[in-house]
Design a protein. Structure first.
Length: 76
């Protein structure tokens, strides 16, 4: 999580409050099983994160990468 995500309004579609059942009820000790819908949602989230990470790394490499050397024409 980024620091600015704590203060900005949440982005629509990042969290589905209807399917957020992470809080267990009293005396429920069984481990919950993931449904196919939850697995698909997790896969999509990971795909988005990987894409965002690649885009961020492109920007960082562009900013801090080595500058291409200028080749001078040989003088005769």
């Amino acid at each position: 999580m980024l620091l600015n995500e704590m203060f900005d309004a949440p982005i629509a579609g990042y969290q589905d409050l209807k399917s957020d059942n992470s809080r267990p009820m009293w005396k429920m000790s069984r481990k919950t099983k993931l449904t196919l819908k939850q697995i698909r949602t997790l896969r999509k989230m990971m795909d988005v994160r990987n894409y965002e990470k690649k885009e961020h790394l492109k920007k960082v490499r562009e900013q801090y990468g080595a500058k291409p050397e200028q080749s001078e024409a040989p003088s005769l």
